[in-house]
Design a protein around this ligand. Structure first.
Ligand code: SF4
Length: 375
């Protein structure tokens, strides 16, 4: 049966001013005319989805890399092609990830005029020592200025990114960062735990010099920081809705919820993943290959119950019986329920006859718990 639910459109912009030491995203510092050639390739890829009856979408998300780094004109140009190819809802959520160092008032005004209505800004921490330790160049005052400029340009849906488990981070410094976000007037906060990904300079340094030399908090302290952040954000009106995401009422990211609900989306650009017409596929991470038009790589069929359950258990809403039965038939919810009852861990798993979800403590062990629940 054809999936008629509206899609999300993801657009990857793989350019940054410099490379952060912990980053394993597909991003490079651009040289020559690569940015303009990339925009052309992106638009050509979008055009492949042009149909007589346009594909309907209700979210568009420009991620990266640093989308703001290529400037408002290019972002508006890409969005205009996306709007031409797809049927985008008039109230669609349209997000651009931005770095405060590549934004100004004019940039936000231009973005707003071209149809963007949500901004996601990278802050990571208000502590200069913590930010410098991971190679972030932006200052807290630049972030504050960027939020104020976005608000002046009438963006009323702004997200800030924080990081947990940074070198030198303490509960007090994290509290300061959260207070900063709450006072800045944003509606959404993402708070990700710093991970050492293989192949990054951060990973190599950690292996050579050890965690102590970097003043990294130990595993228990990182768990404490996470639980503190989740509780403290709640007191500031940011309700947790996903392992790492918190929002004021009505401001959960509609685009990202598509991933966690196992709904379909189309990814454009180098390294972008898609789940479309029941199939998962992705583009090469190699930007030169992408520019020469390499074909997407097939990644299997998507959308089965296991995948849905794994994704939904990241949400505080968890798995609901009625939704599961509607989508996958009877018996699946009961299987998870039986395993949840066997685990008998009320500190980690919340069980009712109609819903199963993880607690904040449970989120810290989500990989293990989800595997157990699906066994
Ligand atoms: S700004 Fe973001 S995408 Fe760019 S290098 Fe840093 S972490 Fe990676």
């Amino acid at each position: 049966m054809r999936n008629t639910k509206k899609k999300g459109i993801y657009i990857h912009i793989p350019f940054c001013k410099s490379k952060c030491i912990y980053c394993d995203f597909c991003s490079v510092v651009p040289v020559g005319d690569i940015t303009d050639r990339y925009v052309t390739a992106l638009k050509n890829e979008a055009l492949r989805y042009k149909r007589t009856e346009k594909i309907k979408a209700d979210t568009v998300y420009f991620g990266g890399g640093t989308p703001s780094f290529i400037g408002a004109e290019r972002l508006a140009d890409i969005l205009s092609t996306v709007k031409d190819v797809f049927s985008i809802d008039s109230d669609a959520e349209i997000t651009a990830e931005c770095n405060p160092s590549s934004c100004n008032e004019e940039f936000f005004i231009k973005l707003k005029e071209s149809g963007f209505n949500r901004i996601s800004l990278g802050l990571q921490s208000t502590s200069e020592t913590e930010r410098k330790a991971i190679g972030r160049l932006t200052s807290a005052s630049q972030a504050k200025k960027a939020v104020a400029q976005a608000l002046t340009a009438s963006f009323n849906n702004i997200s800030l990114d924080l990081m947990l488990g940074l070198p030198n981070q303490t509960k007090d410094s994290l509290k300061e960062s959260i207070d900063f976000c709450a006072e800045a007037g944003v509606t959404h906060i993402s708070a990700y735990i710093l991970k050492a990904e293989e192949g990054t300079p951060f990973f190599d340094r950690l292996r050579k010099e050890g965690a102590d030399s970097l003043n990294l908090p130990d595993e228990d302290s990182v768990c404490d920081l996470y639980l503190f952040a989740a509780d403290y954000l709640e007191t500031k009106g940011f309700k947790q809705y996903e392992i790492s995401n918190f929002a004021k009422d009505g401001f959960a990211s509609r685009h990202n919820l598509k991933y966690w609900n196992a709904d379909e989306y189309i990814g454009l650009g180098a390294s972008a993943h898609s789940f479309f017409e029941g199939k998962r596929f992705y583009n090469t991470r190699n930007i030169d290959d992408y520019l020469t038009g390499s074909e997407p790589l097939y990644d299997g069929n998507g959308g089965d119950f296991e995948e849905y359950a794994m994704l939904r258990l990241r949400l505080t809403d968890g798995i609901k019986k009625d939704e599961t039965e509607q989508r996958f038939g009877k018996g699946n919810f009961e299987r998870i329920l039986k395993n949840a009852e066997r685990l008998n861990s009320p500190d980690l798993i919340i069980i009712s006859d109609t819903c199963i979800s993880l607690t904040k403590q449970g989120f810290l062990l989500s990989n293990t718990l989800i595997a157990e629940l699906l066994s």
